[in-house]
Design a protein around this ligand. Structure first.
Ligand code: GLV
Ligand code: MN
Ligand code: MN
Length: 415
């Protein structure tokens, strides 16, 4: 079978999707259920319809596009996300969605007939921008996020997931979202590496064996505001300076965890009222802590929480802290890892096995089916920035490997 990737067409689609953004180019911002996110979903659905895939959307907006196989067996799934954090680039998630569509198109052009159905999944809200936790769609599908708990998710303005999804036209029951065990025979996600390893080593493909463990803390600090001229320093109960000390404690805890893989980031720091002549009376912090090892990640979280309590106590600032998510790492399926490596060898793609420091919907799909990821290089390892870049050739190499792995998995009649 001669599977040829149409790189020019795929690049055109990537560029077009990037133009559907809340900000002017080159910035891509597509926050969950924004007007841009809803338009982007329509664009992807149109591409799926052109391939005669059958479409289904669930109550949280996960999209399933199926190429029907000749046998009634659990399908092979692939996919990723098209939501994008504020000030993002074109490739994060998108390569795994549009790349999967091109893989299916290329297999169709080559005359391939799947025995197992091949299903593309476009996951809702892989990015945590709206609700503070990432992978809302795959958490729900996998049962990691119970529907009752999902219904309580709120954005920073207090608007609920329920209100957001219903406003976007998704008004089914959240209870219907979790998938039964054995729904899928396999899940394979194509993604940019978002790190420097493949480029540095001049390799085409990363075969992911493990995904690092993410976690998120949210801290609401309430101090006492007042006139910047009139409130003297001994009287200050400044929420911003308490938050600033906490942000430094995050950095110290991550740097001194004993694990080179611990990373800590205070990515959200909002103050009120935000006026130059007013003492900040409130601060909201969202803190991201990750590690490949759960023990050092958890110890770091505890250190940060204890430091925050001590800092706020000392400064007379009220602290409410919440763990939004604390997830274990995921191991990829050894059989799928081997299958990706075999396809690389057959197609002549250079590869190495690696870990993913970023999280992905695969972290949660791995809980319900054999899962693995195919990484491709991105320039300078840069991601979550408008200058994120993956070359058309690099993307085509990843899509070629994805097509090969999907074809192999969809041809296996035994589970
Ligand atoms: C995913 O976008 C992550 O933050 O790892
Ligand atoms: Mn991302
Ligand atoms: Mn991503």
């Amino acid at each position: 079978m001669n599977v040829e990737i149409d790189s020019a067409r795929l690049q055109f689609e990537i560029d077009h999707l990037a133009s559907i953004s809340e900000n002017p180019p080159p910035v891509v911002t597509r926050v969950l259920f924004s007007e841009a996110d809803l338009r982007a979903r329509k664009f992807v659905q149109g591409l799926c319809r052109d391939l005669a895939l059958s479409l289904r959307e669930d109550a949280v907006g996960n999209l399933f596009a199926r190429w029907e196989g000749s046998q009634k067996l659990p399908p092979v799934a692939t996919g990723s996300h098209i939501d994008a954090i504020p000030n993002a680039g074109k490739y994060d998630g998108v390569v795994g969605v549009l790349g999967a569509i091109e893989a299916i198109r290329a297999l169709q052009r080559a005359g391939f007939r799947p025995q197992r159905s091949i299903e593309l999944i476009v996951f809702t809200a892989e990015e945590p921008t709206r609700f503070g936790i990432g992978c809302v769609g795959s958490r729900l599908l996998s049962g990691v996020l119970p529907p009752g708990k999902a219904a309580t998710l709120r954005d920073r303005a207090g608007k609920s997931l329920e209100a957001w999804r219903k406003g976007a036209g998704y008004d089914g029951q959240l209870d219907s979202v979790p998938l039964a065990a054995n729904t899928y025979a396999a899940f394979i996600e194509l993604h940019i590496e978002q790190g420097p390893v493949l480029e540095k080593e001049n390799l085409s493909i990363g075969v992911v064996e493990k995904i690092a463990a993410p976690s998120t803390l949210r801290m609401q600090l309430t101090g006492v505001g007042g006139h910047a001229g009139a409130v003297l320093m001994p009287e200050r109960r400044d929420a911003l300076t308490a938050g600033a000390e906490i942000a430094l404690a995050v950095e110290t805890a991550a740097r001194t965890s004993g694990s080179p893989d611990t990373v800590g980031t205070t990515g959200v720091f909002q103050i009120q009222p935000g006026a130059v002549n007013s003492v900040p009376f409130a601060a909201l912090l969202e803190i991201d802590v990750r590690d490949t090892q759960i023990t050092t990640r958890d110890a770091t979280l505890e250190k940060i929480e204890a430091a925050a309590a001590e800092i706020c106590d000392r400064r007379g600032v009220r602290l409410e802290q919440e763990r939004l998510n604390v997830d274990p790492p995921a191991a990829c399926d050894a059989g799928l890892v081997q299958s990706i490596a075999e396809v690389c060898r057959k197609t002549g793609a250079t590869y190495r096995k690696m870990i993913s420091r970023a999280y992905h919907d695969s972290l949660f799909m791995a809980q319900i089916c054999p899962t693995a990821m195919i990484f491709i290089p991105c320039r300078g390892g840069i991601s979550h920035r408008p200058d994120e870049f993956a070359s058309p050739e690099g993307i085509a190499a990843g899509v070629q490997v994805l097509a090969g792995v999907l074809a192999t998995a969809a041809s296996r009649s035994a589970r």
